[in-house]
Ligand binder design. Structure first.
Ligand code: ATP
Length: 200
């Protein structure tokens, strides 16, 4: 079984970009947030549970998730957020385990925005946090998603766990800052993780 490495970071930190560099090195990546969205539409058991909890309106007639309805349902209702998480997280956990068992590399990466917040870090052997200054993150996301506003991004960042707390809970930190080359940092960490996997 491969070593299980988590990779996380706040919005715009560059965690997906960093994960893609590992992927070029041949490391399989489980993109947890995207996979969760996929499971919410394609795992029939999960679809049934969501419909039972939130009503049939949670899906559009074509079977796609009614994101607008669901986000309005949970907005400002922490108990409803808890309910949806209690349905989605176990499904992702199971799916991740099955995926992991079919991988044959020394280690794999699980990329997720909320690795600490969801508690999924406890299933992982090591955690990488990608950090960059808030100003840089906001500028990057505004370039990527021009429909977003700076205020909206500040609001999202305020809701996320602060970088200092994430890094203190992590085993490795990648600083994705413009004056610090990214690829050499990834290569160095890749070497370390291969060595660690060998020792295990
Ligand atoms: P989100 O949580 O929003 O998914 P993320 O942490 O996965 O964000 P990315 O999507 O990897 O972040 O990066 C945000 C944007 O910044 C992307 O458009 C990406 O191409 C760009 N970016 C990331 N790192 C760098 C870098 N070192 N130099 C230049 N651009 C970068």
């Amino acid at each position: 079984k491969p070593l299980l490495i988590g990779i996380t970071g706040g919005i715009g930190s560059g965690k997906s970009t960093v994960a893609r560099v590992f992927s070029i090195l041949g490391i399989p990546i489980y993109f947890a947030d995207e996979r969760a969205k996929w499971l919410m539409e394609n795992n029939s058991n999960l679809v049934k549970e969501i419909k039972n909890a939130f009503g049939t309106e949670s899906y559009l007639p074509d079977g796609r998730l009614n994101r607008k309805f669901l986000s309005e349902e949970v907005f400002g209702h922490p108990e409803k957020t808890k309910t949806i998480n209690s349905l989605v997280h176990p499904a992702v956990k199971k799916d991740f385990e099955a995926w992991t068992n079919s991988q044959h590399t020394p280690y794999i990466l699980k990329e997720a925005a909320l690795l600490f917040e969801t508690g999924s870090y406890v299933e992982l052997d090591k955690i990488i946090t990608v950090t960059s200054p808030i100003k840089v993150r906001i500028n990057r996301v505004l370039m990527r998603d021009p429909h977003r506003s700076e205020e909206q991004l500040h609001a999202i960042i305020d809701q996320q766990m602060p970088d200092e707390e994430k890094t203190s809970k992590s085993d490795y930190v990648i600083k994705n800052v413009d004056n610090k080359l990214l690829i050499p940092q990834v290569l160095q960490l890749h070497e370390k993780l291969l060595k660690l996997a060998k020792e295990n």
